[in-house]
Design a protein around this ligand. Structure first.
Ligand code: HSE
Length: 420
């Protein structure tokens, strides 16, 4: 018998306890041993929870209990769970976590501390999709050329509703919170941080790269508005919050931001709250993964897969995918050097010479216009919506700041990258 303690008995924790009971026979047959959810640790014992396991608020008692084999950390946050899983590992207990923020900051320290003690985290990236397993084990023969993912269900749900049904940003954010998709602080979702945490974990497995959120480009969906959606529809694009990891020579681009992407791409068809990830390996080609990225049972499904894996083989694959250092010496591409195509939304004064002035600023920064539409905004102003050919990130920022100071642009320009 393998005894499991669940730290944090919210939606996912309750699902873990209940699925281990509901599907006990099949799980026991697959694991070769009975897995028993023994105790749950919660802050507030008076709150009603949909579980039959014993609950306590004494985490230390659980960590000191030598009969507990596996700690399942589902409490969220960073430093408090970090302290708890460190204590668990020092006591020799296996750890399973769904905590992407914890791993975004502490995955390498935890890998070192865990050593040969199993430490698994399938549910931390894209909930129920077994992407860690696929990338860490299924694709080991490959150099990973790119990972492009829709890994935040809240943003994907919001963008899908905004594009397909014309619902406005504030209304749809409120609805996502009511539906329980968004994190307690929705900035984590709409600001791109939740997706970035997941990307950093995949970046480690794919490339052996140690990056923190502050090292990479992270932008959210907060500025997207109706004219951008009109432009997308006009040119066969959809808008997605994309997590991107790309290998360019010995540099790795790691970035999270909204993109215009052709409606014909497979990843563009991942709509609503679902997640989707495309991974291109140099030998296998493109592989796609699709499924629920959040939700109690879907996330618990991944947590339990890790528990069964530990029951079967103890520490299996190396925690972050490498048994020894990746000798490729890959580095993160500086944010300013990224090269892509861009869309700009400019609110301009609708008068003689304005377009010429804008074209001059873009030209001086080596930015070439690909497509352009102008739409009236009010009696004196218009929206100028344009896309560029490929150019360098630092040039687009320089041009935007010159446009902003040029007097012909009346509010801060909005820029969205185009993923071709
Ligand atoms: N808030 C996250 C999402 C849940 O919307 O995808 C899983 O990390």
């Amino acid at each position: 018998m393998l005894k499991v303690a669940i730290i944090g008995v919210g939606t996912v924790g309750a699902s873990v306890a209940n699925i281990l009971k509901d599907n006990k026979d099949i799980i026991t047959a697959r694991a070769g041993i009975e897995i028993v959810p023994t105790i749950g640790v919660v802050n507030d014992l008076s709150k009603k929870r949909d579980v039959t396991i014993e609950l306590t608020n004494d985490i230390d008692k659980v960590l000191e209990d030598d009969s507990i084999d596996i700690i399942v950390e589902l409490m969220g946050g960073i430093e408090k769970p970090y302290e708890i899983v460190q204590k668990a590992l020092l006591k020799g207990k296996s750890v399973v976590t769904a905590n992407k923020a914890l791993l975004a900051y502490h995955r390498y320290d935890l890998e070192k501390l865990a050593g040969n003690i199993p430490f698994e985290y399938e549910a931390a990236v894209a909930g129920g999709i077994p992407i860690i397993n696929a990338l860490r084990d299924g694709l080991t023969a490959n150099h990973i050329q790119s990972i492009r993912g829709i890994m935040n269900g809240t943003c994907n749900y919001m963008l899908t509703k905004m594009i397909n049904e014309g619902v406005d940003y504030d209304t749809i954010l409120k609805e996502s919170q009511e539906l329980g998709y968004a994190e307690a602080d929705p900035t984590f979702d709409v600001g791109g941080f939740d997706a970035a945490h997941k990307l950093l974990i995949l970046g480690s497995i794919a490339y052996g790269i140690d990056a923190k959120p502050e090292d990479i480009l992270i932008e959210g969906i907060q500025d997207i508005d109706t004219p951008d959606i009109d432009f997308a529809n006009e040119f066969n694009y959809t808008i997605k919050l994309l997590t991107i990891a790309k290998k360019i020579g010995s540099q790795i681009e790691l970035r999270v931001h909204p993109v215009f992407i052709s409606k014909d791409e497979m990843i563009s068809k991942v709509d609503g709250v679902m997640n989707g990830i495309s991974v291109i390996g140099d030998k296998v080609g493109e592989t796609m993964y699709y499924g629920p990225g959040a939700g109690g049972d879907a996330t618990a499904s991944a947590v339990i897969a890790n528990i069964v894996d530990i029951a079967r083989r103890g520490k299996g694959s190396p925690m972050l995918g490498f048994e020894s250092d990746n000798k490729e010496n890959l580095t993160i591409m500086p944010k300013d050097e990224i090269e892509t195509k861009y869309y700009l939304r400019l609110r301009i004064e609708d008068k003689v010479g304005v377009l010429a002035k804008i074209a001059t600023i873009l030209g001086e920064n080596e930015i070439s216009i690909e497509k352009m539409i102008q739409k009236p905004f009010n009696k004196t102003c218009a929206h100028l919506l344009l896309s560029t050919h490929t150019c360098i990130e630092k040039n687009i920022h320089k041009a935007i700041s010159q446009l902003e100071n040029s007097k012909v642009v009346t509010i801060k320009p909005v820029m969205i990258r185009i993923e071709d």
